[in-house]
Design a protein around this ligand. Sequence first.
Ligand code: HGY
Ligand code: MN
Ligand code: MN
Length: 419
Amino acid sequence: MPNNLSLTIDAARLQAEIDTLATYSDAPAPAVTRILFTPTELEARDYVRGLMREAALSLREDAVGNIFGRWEGADDTLPAVATGSHIDAIPFSGKYDGVVGVLGAIEAVRALRQAGFTPQRPIELIMFTAEEPTRFKVGCLGSRALAGKLSPVKLLDLTDGDGNPFDAVRRQAGYIDSLDDVELPGGHYDSFVELHIEQGPRLEAAKLPLGVVTAIAAPATVRVQFEGSGGHAGTVLMPDRRDALPAAAELILSVEKIAQSSTSPDAVATVGLCHIYPGAVNSIASRVYIEVDIRDIDLTSRNRMVDTVVQVAKTIAERRKLEYEVVVLNADDPCTCGREVIGAVVESIEALGYPYQTMVSRAYHDTLFMADLCPTTMIFVPSQNGYSHRPDEYTAPEDIARGVEVLAHTLARLAGGTE
Ligand code: HGY
Ligand code: MN
Ligand code: MN
């Protein structure tokens, strides 16, 4: 790694690209909605492909829609250093989540090239398919598949909320290759570093511009469906009802209580999605579908909460004489980041003279699954007021540029190379 690599990050160009990408949205600005393989998201993919090509990256796309942009190294036989993130966005969210790690990585490559740097190892950017669980109910779909944690058989099982199979939707989007070729072997990458907004309040509270991630919390999702008789809101008397909505209401309050009463400070649980059928003011709910998001850094605590939620859902349904279905959609392990990769980020930050802190990520990211393939870490930049997954998500351009500068130096350090 050249000692005095001095890089110029074009913060204004990067911000303009972030603002342009935000226009590919199915929600009115400043909100962003960009759901996997919708026409809007396909147009956004085209925009990112163009930027990758302009940065002289050679492109490859796999069967689930992960997009790879490769900068060949002096020794292309060596496992690449990888970086990247996602551009899909949950409904009515912000324009920085994931985007900073994709467009920022492209800017890092441009800055390194402009400084005359040539990497020894190849450097590969990855735009992961569907980090958000919005359409197919599983988060990190692309990175899970790369890490072999979402098999071709499981991928063929996936359908979206309208019953469209993942396989049909991906083919309509132009991804027709075999799902068997998605999984990457261990050793395929040397290391992986993801630049991401913190999506929480800690860096801002500590008045620090940078975070280095040492571990990522363990996410789980539980799907619960209650089924009753429904019927006319005026003519079915109270003793004769089997109303699905009060059952869901009981469970939603229990989910909150289960997390609040945990002794673990990082225990969180949320019901962010609830569908009521038929959804009419004068009709008793015949079916209610909810999804529960449960997380903790501590796996035992997280698993205890999942087990309790499943048990409480069953107890409520049986007491109310409702049919029910309770499915644990995913219950992932937390990940510990790689000491050497963390070291490379810390060395880069300290050489640049910036203050920072090491920290755990309470949000999950593609890094969680890349950790099954190689040593990983993340670089966090502050979120204003800790806001994320909301239209007023914001990170200052100078904070983003600083994160990109650290990412670029880290990639150079990990890849080795010459000016
Ligand atoms: O939900 C998460 O942690 C991530 O932002 N998808
Ligand atoms: Mn997100
Ligand atoms: Mn994200």
